[in-house]
Write a protein that binds this ligand. Structure first.
Ligand SMILES: [Zn+2]
Length: 231
């Protein structure tokens, strides 16, 4: 539990279902990676175009707002690039096509650390979180074995095996990253998601509380907990 993710600067790939998932779940860890010189890439699978209770907003307008918010939040954390897949919110399924797409990004960016949703989390309501979690995990298998998608190998996207997969909002977390020094950056990034948090009373206190609880188990002032799977 006391080990540290960061040994030397490497590459991380963070794959989330919606604009804001990455910041809520591992913004402190991402900020830390950025400070340590890691090359960090986001893949944001949906455009978040259903994430509003405002009866006046259209799905199209919301997708534009959320993409801009995602860019601003990622800039706070030092993320180098964002790939927007722009699938419609709430409509993702862990199809072979989505799995292949995830494998393609894993082979292309060659991450040492791969982060995504834990699809086995009990009572998780959002279907996109499950779909992305499964597609990334299954995509990691396709990415590492050369007989999957042989055409990718023939255009130079040869096999790649991340050292570890980190599942956030984990059913059974067994690894905690110390984010005591980057919790404020996480909150600053979250504040960029105006459409998601401006109307939510007490969100900041809840994020602080969760960081305290997750850190406590590992002896940190603040932490982010994951299920870590070595590949
Ligand atoms: Zn989400």
């Amino acid at each position: 539990m006391m080990t540290n993710l960061i040994e030397e600067a490497q590459r991380a790939l963070i794959i989330g279902a919606h604009p804001d998932d990455s910041e809520f779940s591992c913004g402190g860890t991402i900020a830390k990676l950025g400070q340590q010189g890691w090359d960090v890439t986001y893949v944001v699978c949906t455009n978040g175009n259903k994430g509003s209770h405002d009866p006046a907003i259209t799905a199209y307008r919301l997708s534009e707002i959320r993409e801009a918010e995602q860019r601003a939040a990622a800039a706070v954390l030092g993320v180098q690039r964002i790939i927007f897949l722009r699938y419609n919110d709430g409509e993702l399924e862990p199809t072979p096509a989505l799995r292949a797409e995830m494998a393609l990004y894993i082979r292309y960016f060659k991450p040492n650390a791969l982060f995504t949703h834990d699809p086995w989390k009990h009572y998780m309501l959002h279907p996109d979180h499950r779909a992305v979690g499964f597609a990334v995990i299954e995509g990691a298998v396709s990415a590492r074995d050369h007989l999957y998608m042989p055409g990718l190998g023939q255009i130079g996207l040869t096999v790649w095996r991340p050292q570890a997969l980190y599942l956030w909002a984990a059913e059974q977390p067994d690894y905690t990253e110390d984010i005591s020094a980057t919790l404020e950056l996480k909150l600053a990034a979250l504040r960029e998601h105006h459409s998601q948090i401006d109307h939510v009373e007490g969100w900041e206190q809840r994020v602080r509380q969760r960081a305290r609880e997750q850190g406590q188990a590992a002896g940190y002032e603040a932490g982010e907990a994951f299920k870590k799977i070595s590949l």
